[in-house]
Write a protein that binds this ligand. Structure first.
Ligand code: NAI
Length: 718
């Protein structure tokens, strides 16, 4: 590593005749700087003066080949020190405000003189010297300033009230200079040293004293002043060969009003004291904007709270998420790098990084579970959340979808219907951004088993209805196998109900095996509709409505059947292995349709072979080495009614299976109808026979095709 140098730089160190200042002056001079060694040469308590202190250090530096000049002024006349620097060296790049005295007394005994002298040297001296240097640095477009504070200032110390106050004053001074100087490349930081010097000789125990060499601190100060250091406005503590950053923390605090019309009372302060003072989850505040921004945010909460207060059954809940949450969700609903374009849901730095719209159901569901909106929906009846099933879901996007941040939600029961065996509770959840704009709205319909018979209406008017699927074969179907770990992955998005992972809990709930979350299946379905009709452009998504009819077992294959009616895509999701619909009455409204080129070619029912390829994708992902041992690049052309409708690439060399054509030339191309491909996968048609009968056309390396048999054989029976 190259030495960090200060050639050509002019450094002013105040109080450099002894202690820390002397160590700074020596280090800067040894790294090429021209140094002004300022020292009044007075006593420890600010008495007397002499040119000896500064002259000695200047002579030491010169004898070692360095460049230095002495200045004997008091920092209280800081402009004179800066004048000395300009007269000797013509510029000033670095200013270390270091000069200091002590006049320790217990607080009641501090005289005005003790107070004034300490403040004059530390606080006013730093102000005067810095104010004189600042315009010169501004003109140069470069400046590094150090203020010297103390742990006595940050934490207080017996007998040092005057000194502590001045030292903390320097922190405020430094922070404001940092803000005002930064646009001119003038940075100002604070050093909090602990070193052996005449100021500490009778304060520190002897065994500690000898370890506190000022030369351990000088490199920290020098680095802060190097033009490669971008630190600004920070408090850096250094001692005995250690350095760290000190900062200001603020607790999360407590809201003392529930609406803007509410008052703050002493009793409310008392009730909330623990929360106000709990710094366990405290946040670091970097600027005054951050500090006041949080206050404005809590005022937003108050405004929403005010509307909520008008309606006794209205609740509010916050939801905060990062792009990582959106990515974990996308994995939980089957997004994969193995599928074209889905990287945009999985890579936060991708230029089209997008959050799957169905992710925005999560905040509403979480809020409905966190609040008592559902459990208190029927007056006089407490509803057990363990008795509640997620029946239907509606989501509508109204504003720009955020990719991370905070959402403020209002929840309200829209209607409760008495279905005799149970009750359905429809909850509306409106979600706002920080500025108070309504960005999306959810409607959750839950079925509370055994909660019926309370004499309520049977038919509702407020619940967005499900729609019957069109009475024709689907226009398009897409198939994807879920992973056996799908529920284990999806639960990381927040729904950690053990029913989805623990076989014992599943058995208690009456299932032979843990079931997949209904919202994961819905997420799969939304992704597939977006793939087929929006080319994964999430900005085209407007709304989705769905009913959860039956559970899915992780590892099963989902097929989403789709019907296009204008900009509305009706869909039904079916488990291929059982042929049972699991999501019904569903549709997605899009703002516009963007068909995939392959999808355009499709009509009538979807391809059965899709399920096999989806299966192979999972197989290859699970054991890429097995695929690589087969090797080769295979292109499958699937025919329907004699026409080529889809192409699949099995790039086993790189363990990648995907829809479409390979980049280079495939080793082998196989052309086969959807039906014959299925027969082959089911073992009812031998590849050799198919080839002999002309049902399977192979071009390229025929021998290689034979190696594919084991992969196909493992496919599920459909
Ligand atoms: P020191 O007493 O060895 O050095 C201070 C120097 O400042 C002396 O040479 C003195 O003549 C000079 N000085 C005093 N008043 C002056 C004035 N009006 N104008 C110009 N020069 C003046 O003290 P030390 O320990 O090196 O302290 C340096 C700075 O670090 C001080 O600001 C002190 O408060 C601070 N500090 C020191 C700590 C330590 O553990 N040594 C702890 C915390 C802060």
């Amino acid at each position: 590593m190259a030495d960090l140098r200060f050639d050509g730089k002019v450094v002013v160190v105040t109080g450099a005749g002894a202690g820390l200042g002397r160590a700074y002056a020596h280090l800067f001079a040894s790294r090429g700087a021209k140094v002004i060694v300022n020292d009044l040469g007075g006593g420890r308590h600010g008495d007397g003066s002499s040119s000896k202190a500064a002259d000695t250090v200047v002579n030491e530096i010169r004898s070692q080949g360095g460049v230095a000049a002495a200045d004997y002024n008091s920092v209280v006349e800081g402009e004179k020190i800066i004048k000395t620097a300009m007269e000797n060296f013509g510029r000033i790049d670095v200013l270390i405000n270091n000069a200091g005295i002590l006049r320790d007394r217990s607080f009641p005994r501090i005289s005005d003189q003790d107070w004034d002298l300490v403040h004059a040297v530390h606080l006013k001296g730093s102000f005067k010297t810095t104010q004189a240097a600042f315009p010169i640095m501004k003109k140069q477009g470069f400046g590094r300033i150090i203020m010297t504070s103390s742990n006595s200032g940050l934490y207080g110390n017996f007998g040092q009230a005057n000194y502590s106050a001045a030292k903390m004053g320097l922190v405020g001074l430094a922070k404001t200079i940092a803000i005002e100087g930064s646009k001119n490349n003038i940075y100002c930081n604070v050093i909090v040293p602990t070193a052996a010097s005449r100021l500490t000789e009778d304060v520190l125990p002897p065994e500690v004293y000898k370890e506190l060499n000022p030369e351990y601190i000088a490199p920290v100060v020098a680095y802060l002043c190097h033009d490669s250091c971008q630190e600004n406005g920070s408090i850096i503590e250094a001692a005995a060969g250690w350095a760290g950053k000190c900062t200001v923390l603020r607790s999360n605090g407590a809201l003392l009003r529930s609406s803007v019309k509410d008052n703050v009372t002493i009793e409310k302060v008392q009730q909330n004291w623990q929360k106000i003072t709990d710094v366990n989850n405290a946040g670091i505040l970097g600027s005054i904007q951050e500090a006041t921004g949080a206050l404005i945010e809590s005022l937003e909460g108050l405004k929403l709270g005010e509307t909520a207060a008008k309606n006794s059954n209205e609740f509010t809940a916050d939801f905060e998420f990062t792009n990582k949450d959106a990515i974990i969700y996308a994995l939980g609903v089957g997004a994969s790098l193995g599928r074209n374009k889905e990287i945009k849901y999985l890579y936060e730095s991708h230029e089209e990084f997008s959050v799957l719209p169905s992710f925005f159901i999560l905040p509403a569901l979480q809020a409905s579970l966190e609040t008592t909106v559902v459990s208190e929906a029927i007056p006089g009846k407490e509803i057990e959340l363990s008795q509640v099933l997620h029946g239907e879901q509606y989501l509508e996007i109204l504003g720009d979808l955020p990719i991370e941040g905070k959402i403020i939600q209002k929840l309200k029961v829209a209607e409760v219907l008495d279905k005799r065996s149970g009750a359905t509770i429809t909850v509306n959840v409106d979600s706002y951004d920080r500025a108070g704009n309504l960005i999306f709205r959810n409607q959750i319909v839950t079925f509370a088993v055994g909660a019926g018979g309370f004499g309520g209406p049977r038919v509702g008017t407020q619940t967005v209805p499900c729609l019957k699927k069109p009475d024709r074969t689907p226009d398009l179907s897409i198939t994807q196998k879920t992973s056996v770990d799908q529920a284990a992955l999806y639960r990381l998005s927040g729904d950690t109900n053990p029913l989805h992972i623990d076989p014992n809990m599943a058995a208690i709930a009456g299932f032979s095996t843990p079931i997949l979350h209904g919202l994961s299946t819905l997420g799969f379905s939304v992704r597939m509709v977006l793939k087929a009709f929006a080319d994964h452009d999430t900005s085209l998504f407007k709304a989705v409505k769905a009913r959860f009819s039956k559970p899915v077992i992780p590892g099963q294959t989902l097929r989403v059947d789709m019907w296009k009616e204008g900009n509305r895509i009706h869909f039904e999701t079916v488990v291929v292995e059982t042929d049972k619909p699991v999501i019904t009455g569903a549709y997605i409204d899009l703002k516009d349709i963007k068909m995939q080129p392959q999808a355009n070619k499709l009509s009538g029912s979807g391809l059965k072979s899709d399920a096999i390829f989806e299966f192979i994708i999972e197989q290859v992902k699970a054991d890429p080495n097995k695929a690589k041992s087969v090797g080769g690049v295979f292109l499958y052309k699937i025919l329907k009614d004699g026409k080529e409708v889809k192409q699949w690439t099995m790039d086993l060399k790189n363990a990648k299976v995907f829809e479409g054509t390979p980049e280079g030339k495939p080793n082998t191309t196989l052309v086969i109808s959807d039906e014959d491909f299925m027969l082959m996968a089911e073992g009812k048609l031998q590849p050799q026979q198919a080839f002999m009968k002309g049902k399977l056309k192979i071009t390229g390396n025929i021998m290689m095709a034979q190696k594919l048999a084991p992969l196909l054989k493992a496919a599920p029976k459909l």
